[in-house]
Design a protein around this ligand. Structure first.
Ligand code: GLU
Length: 552
């Protein structure tokens, strides 16, 4: 170690007495069984959780769980301007909602685990130990360039058409003598700490990403900032120090970090750390007209994780959907194993998409309809109640006043071999079941045009006389067929199709008149079940009310 560098190190970090060796002892190898993966997510507490954050989180969680490893939460709060009150709680509860729970790291109480602190703002002393060591070994230096000087350098670089940034001859303080440094520091001049990059212009590196495969990239030769002027590390420096000391084996993160990979690998190198394995997840794209673009926080409400909860997508549906995007064989597995828990699926990085995946709300709706179709009426009732409690108090009041009634409604068509798939999200429930409640009942659709008004009237009048709530579904339908026949409507649609001149219409027209009278709509769940649940009195009242309306 050269004395000059040691002197600068002591000058910059007079209070730092510990060494990297001390840190190695403090944060030893974890001693996990061979193959166990240590993963983490490292969100910034900005108050906004992007839907895309679920992807690295799911992958990290699966990799750790499936290998008997550790999944941890680290909070990257080095950018104090972006910090928002309560954001950490939001992060934890958002991920927990999707079944992502951490073994270690930040919690709503004290940290859990022996590798903390897990919040970067509490780790300044650790970063400084490594920063001091790098300076002492000639691998980092203080840079006093002002904003104006940097702008000036950039302008010259643009003119000369060379890479912008601080490096080589452009970096005035790269080889500054100790006297000048001493003087500038004693004058209180602000400085950042820069890496003295060992990279060469024109150098290339190769790296094999777990998903992207073999990559060849330009070597980093920029003297990147490691510590900002307030002593707080940049993401790059903190990433290397934290993931090394937390003994993270696999870093799963968004593709937007891929361009920083050469710098990160270089940092692991100069710090004498073994680099983790990287897995960069492709961007989530959205179809916009004929082109595709990034799912954007500013333009797409569905970019926010909160959107899914508000809309009432069950967490299970969102998990299913994320998994279909993450592993190309997931959907097939799900079809073969409809009853199994998602965690029984063997997630593998080999089945992950190399390029961007297309985000599609319609697909999510389909996945969610399938998911909800597998739930029991009891489960649906309980989920809807939870959702309505938070987002639709009127619906909550109605449903919670008689949960047996609610359960009967949600049971319609649920035990069939081919269950109904009406609902994709709980916010659709109100429109689906409103007619079961007098206070929400509204006539939305008109009676069918192909049935004349006098026939409509007659259907309603006659049906009031013959409706028997004791009927089973077969008898119930028999009566409607008889009514059809008595009014010259074919008892089977097929008969009508074969001989349209013989009939005014068919049994479906009769049912439609009844359906609209009872539910107010042309589309509803099974009418027999609807009438059973509504009860005789209410059915007759709806029929009579409809008659009244026709008279008006
Ligand atoms: N704090 C970074 C972010 O929020 C973390 C990236 C990483 O996982 O390393 O994007």
């Amino acid at each position: 170690m050269d004395d000059k560098n040691l002197l600068i190190a002591n000058l910059l970090f007079p209070d730092v007495c510990q060494t990297p060796e001390d840190m190695e002892k403090r944060y030893p190898e974890r001693g996990l069984p061979e193959g166990a993966k240590v993963t983490r997510i490292a969100p910034s507490p900005t108050g906004f959780v992007h839907f895309g954050n679920l992807f690295p989180a799911f992958v990290s969680e699966r990799l750790a769980r499936q290998s008997g490893g550790v999944f941890l939460l680290r909070i990257e709060d080095t950018d104090s301007q972006r910090k928002v009150e309560g954001a950490v709680e939001t992060i934890i509860s958002s991920f927990a909602y999707y079944g992502l729970n951490f073994d270690e790291g930040v919690t709503t109480g004290a940290d859990i685990g022996n590798y903390g602190p897990y919040t970067q703002s509490q780790r300044a002393y650790i970063y400084h130990i490594y920063a001091k060591d790098l300076v002492a070994r000639g691998l980092a230096y203080p840079c006093f360039l002002t904003k104006e000087e940097l702008e000036d350098i950039r302008a010259q670089q643009e003119k000369q058409k060379v890479l912008p940034g601080c490096y080589g001859k452009w970096s005035k303080y790269r080889d500054c003598d100790i006297e000048t440094i001493k003087q500038l520091i004693s004058q209180g001049k602000p400085y950042v700490l820069r890496l003295r990059s060992p990279g060469k212009e024109g150098g290339r590196i190769t790296y094999t990403d777990i998903v992207k495969g073999k990559l060849e990239m330009d070597e980093n030769y920029l003297d990147q900032v490691l510590l900002k002027s307030d002593g707080i590390p940049t993401y790059h420096f903190a990433h290397a120090v934290d993931d090394h000391l937390m003994r993270v084996t696999h870093v799963v993160r968004g593709e937007e970090w891929l361009s920083s990979l050469p710098l990160h690998l270089q940092l692991f190198g100069v710090l004498n750390f073994k680099a983790p394995k990287y897995l960069h997840i492709s961007l989530l794209m959205k179809q916009d007209g004929n082109s595709k673009r990034k799912l954007s926080k500013r333009h797409d409400p569905e970019a926010a994780l909160t959107y899914y909860k508000q809309q009432g997508y069950p967490a299970q549906s969102v998990r299913e959907y994320v998994m279909t995007l993450l592993n190309s064989n997931y959907e097939e597995w799900r079809m073969q194993n409809p009853g199994l828990d998602l965690n029984e699926f063997k997630f593998t990085t080999a089945k992950m998409a190399h390029s961007s995946s297309l985000f599609d709300l319609h697909k999510l709706d389909d996945v969610s309809k399938n998911t909800i179709a597998t739930m029991s009426a009891k489960q649906v009732t309980s989920y809807v109640l939870d959702w309505a409690y938070e987002f639709d108090s009127e619906l909550y009041k109605l449903l919670s006043a008689d949960t047996d009634y609610a359960e009967k409604i949600f049971a319609i068509g649920r035990n069939d071999p081919k269950p109904r798939k009406d609902l994709a999200k709980w916010s659709e429930v109100r429109g689906y079941i409103d007619f079961f409640f007098d206070s929400l009942f509204a006539v939305k659709d008109a009676f069918p045009e192909n049935v004349c008004t006098s026939d409509t009237r007659k259907i309603l009048q006659e049906y009031c006389k013959i409706y028997d709530c004791q009927d089973d579904s077969q008898h119930w339908f028999e009566r409607i067929k008889q009514l059809a026949e008595s009014m010259q409507y074919a008892p089977k649609p097929k008969d009508y199709k074969q001989n349209p001149q013989m009939y005014k219409g068919h049994v479906g027209d009769i049912s439609m008149v009844l359906r609209i009278a009872v539910t107010g709509k042309t589309m509803s769940p099974d009418l027999y079940s609807v009438m059973q649940i509504l009860g005789k009195q209410r059915v007759i009242k709806r029929l009579m009310d409809a008659l009244e309306r026709i008279k008006e």
